[in-house]
Design a protein around this ligand. Sequence first.
Ligand code: ATP
Length: 306
Amino acid sequence: MTHPQHLLIQQVCKSYSGNQKALDNISLELNNGMFGLLGPNGAGKSSLMRSIATLQSIDSGSIVFNGKDVCQEPDAIRRILGYLPQEFGVYPKVSAEKLLHYLAVLKGVRDHRQRQRQIDDLLARTHLSQYRHQPVAEYSGGMRQRFGIAQALLGDPKMLIVDEPTAGLDPQECHSLHHLLCDIAQSMIIIFSTHIVKDIQDLCSNMAVLERGKVRFAGAPKTLIEPLANQLWQADISPQQIPVFQQQFPLLSSRFIGGRCQVRVVAPQAPAPGFIQAAADLQDGYFYLLQQHQQSGLDLRQPQVA
Ligand SMILES: Nc1ncnc2c1ncn2[C@@H]1O[C@H](COP(=O)(O)OP(=O)(O)OP(=O)(O)O)[C@@H](O)[C@H]1O
């Protein structure tokens, strides 16, 4: 049976030693499923995740998970939360299974039999059973990430926070990690931060875009694409022509395909002969949002309930 989980983030602000706000009035509401966090470097994604994970305090606002205030009841939250940070740190030279036992005890799973059952189950789900006696220090990048998910799932958490879990993984490992996350997302909230826009498009039912500490968008990924309906045009041009189009229209991307430069621009009709209409994907919507925002200096949307 699936239990509804609920995370309410209201007007959260956070500054580090007097600098510009890393989190500037963040409000979001999350329910079961995968929630994607997108944003350029320094947007505040890790700061938000660390605050939710009770690893740092916030200056103002509130974060309430299933009715419990994260700041007032951090221990209660830690018992129902799993966290996979960007850098998991140095692994001791002990086997995966031993390390999981150790981490499970820290998480409060004291009964040995219960712990063993949970560890066996998690090793199987993360396809690590056959490597249980191998030190995690000797695992490949993908195996370490899967181990990271296994440790985050100890104690049967109701919310999982994963910060760029697929960084450095090969496509097959990414695929396998995505499967695992989608599988467990039915019964919990998963907050998933990444720079890979397509991963959010493929995996997340809801998402937010952060930029300079503010929520610039919150909602279903397809909503982010809507402003580009019938407005996106694509053509192969010479690289010298790029500035010409850039001056006239929002240029969302330019990339080389088979030695030709393909550009995608936003315009009410074809900007020049040779342009064809293109279907927008999430990356187009994301770039458009950031561009509009950076140009106008205004919020495109008020923070919304996702
Ligand atoms: N411990 C810290 N001390 C001082 N400033 C910090 C600290 N952590 C983050 N910041 C600053 O807060 C802002 C938000 O950083 P944060 O790491 O949350 O962004 P991010 O979106 O996770 O970036 P990235 O995608 O690069 O991981 C940045 O300006 C960063 O320099």
